[in-house]
Design a protein around this ligand. Structure first.
Ligand code: C2O
Ligand code: CU
Length: 469
């Protein structure tokens, strides 16, 4: 049995039906060797009611596995840590697109950035993705082409990488937070205002969680429920709190926290995720609210209603999440890389098939990124594979920027604004006048984009890339 070649094994798996008897007889070998059947992911245009009033036309949405469900909520994609995953993207939009797997440390060719890692996918065309996610946790997937429009119209989904060593919860709710820019007729209005793009970004007009205003989810009374929360909004920074129940922060940006703390208020900025262990109240029929308190007036974003008799679970009994790789940077020998985030008046915007907003308001090290193009600017820095680096990021603008690195994780080692922990992350919210040091090991070869996840900032200059060789 152990001498079976890959070819023989694949053939027998096909004969047995890809996931049929072959898997039952040879579970371990098949998992390791057989290519998984690719999941169909369609990027498509639908109509959906987003504001609770009337159908919005030209909503963009992912359809998984050929599903044509009437439920417009953004599909959650699940995969297993370390197991091969494959998907075929079919572009049924009327413009080019790609998929980026935000937070997954996968090979560069799978990263989904047009011109940098792959060609954009034309309408009607397909593109195959295949990788094995190395970390368990809460991630997400979204396009990297004409991103403001495509994400602004709904093209995102949460990505859950499971690990069966994770502790048992009594329930799980995935919450994708997003505002839509709709007029009073429920139809899309201009996605941005240049004046706002040069400041905080342009806010949506209709707040949603999973594309519904204030949805209510049933949760088991007295249970421990895992809330996986994503800010996929293109602009809004959330200050989240729970009203009516206790919860513990168990992971940030997909990675277990070094030390669990009780949730008071958590800042979650575009691109970031937070995982909470919610201890549901004991009595039935109680409502717990997830609220955003930024800038001040609390706004309910989602609610949880208790059902059943109390399970009497205890937050303190919750075992640890399965661990992800740390960031073992060699700080004594790490090379510093200065990165100054600034505003700019120099206009470098170039027409692009993946969309340009036509302005340059922002720059990294004084260079405004011209946009997705076949001849992008030089890399911000060239990194040697396996070496340690410290990104000395300085925000000299009066606005906060959730800065995101593709393909590799980092950890903050110092900040002039607040205490840092050894949290592993892919997106860091840098405050005005903040100087932060982000340590990383350049362990993934390729060109990796680094950009602000306020998409108007990303698309008006605050983007660059590192080359790891
Ligand atoms: Cu979610 Cu280039 O990012
Ligand atoms: Cu920004």
């Amino acid at each position: 049995m152990l001498n079976l070649s890959r070819r023989t094994l694949l053939k027998s798996a096909v004969v047995a039906g890809a996931y049929g008897a072959g898997v039952a007889i040879l579970p371990r070998l098949s998992q390791a060797l057989a290519a998984p059947t690719p999941l169909d992911i369609e990027a498509r245009i639908i109509e959906a009611t987003l504001d609770g009033k009337a159908a919005t036309k030209k909503v963009m949405s992912y359809g998984l596995g050929g599903s044509v469900s009437a439920d417009p909520s953004p599909p959650v994609l699940r995969m297993q840590r370390g197991k091969p995953f494959a998907a075929t993207l079919t572009n049924k939009l009327d413009e080019p697109t790609t998929i980026h797997w935000h937070g997954l440390r996968i090979p560069n060719a799978q990263d989904g950035v047009p011109f940098v890692t792959q060609p954009y996918v034309y309408p009607g065309d397909r593109f195959d993705y295949a990788f094995a996610p190395p970390d368990a946790g809460t991630f997400w997937y979204h396009p990297h082409c004409n991103t403001l429009t495509q994400m602004g119209r709904g093209l995102t989904g949460m990505l859950v990488v499971e690990d069966d060593r994770d502790p048992d919860f009594d329930g799980e709710v995935a919450i994708n937070l997003r505002d839509f820019r709709l007029g009073s007729d429920s139809q899309f209005i201009a996605q941005f205002k240049p004046r706002d793009a040069a400041k905080t970004g342009t806010f949506g007009t209709v707040r949603t969680a999973n594309w519904q205003p204030e949805p209510v989810y049933d949760v088991p009374a007295g249970g421990l429920v895992r809330l996986r929360i994503l800010a996929s909004d293109v602009t809004r920074i959330y200050n989240l709190r729970l009203n009516g129940a206790e919860a513990m922060i168990i992971a940030l940006d997909g990675h277990p926290v070094p030390e669990r703390t009780t949730l008071d208020m958590a800042v979650v900025s575009p691109g970031q995720r937070i995982d909470l262990a919610l201890r549901v109240p004991d009595s039935e029929g109680v409502t717990v609210s997830l609220e955003d308190i930024r800038p001040s007036t609390p706004k309910v974003v989602a609610q949880f209603r208790t059902v059943g008799t109390s399970l009497k679970r205890n937050l303190g009994d919750l075992g640890p999440l399965s661990e992800n790789a740390g960031v073992d940077a060699d700080l004594t020998n790490a090379t510093p890389i200065p990165l100054v985030l600034s505003a700019t008046a120099e206009n470098a915007a170039r027409d692009s098939i993946c969309g340009t907003l036509g302005f340059s308001f922002w720059a990294i090290n004084k260079v405004p990124y011209p946009g997705d193009s076949p001849d992008p600017t030089a890399p911000i820095a060239e990194l040697k594979l396996g070496q340690s680096y410290i990104l000395n990021v300085e925000n000299v603008t009066p606005h906060a920027h959730p800065i995101h690195l593709h393909g590799m994780n980092f950890k903050a080692i110092s900040s002039n604004k607040h205490d840092v922990t050894s949290q592993v992350s892919d997106t860091y919210l840098i405050l005005p006048d903040e100087k932060v040091q982000l340590a990383l090991v350049a362990d993934n070869p390729g060109d990796w984009v680094f950009h602000c996840h306020i998409i108007e900032h990303q698309k008006t200059g605050m983007t660059g890339y590192f080359r790891v060789t």
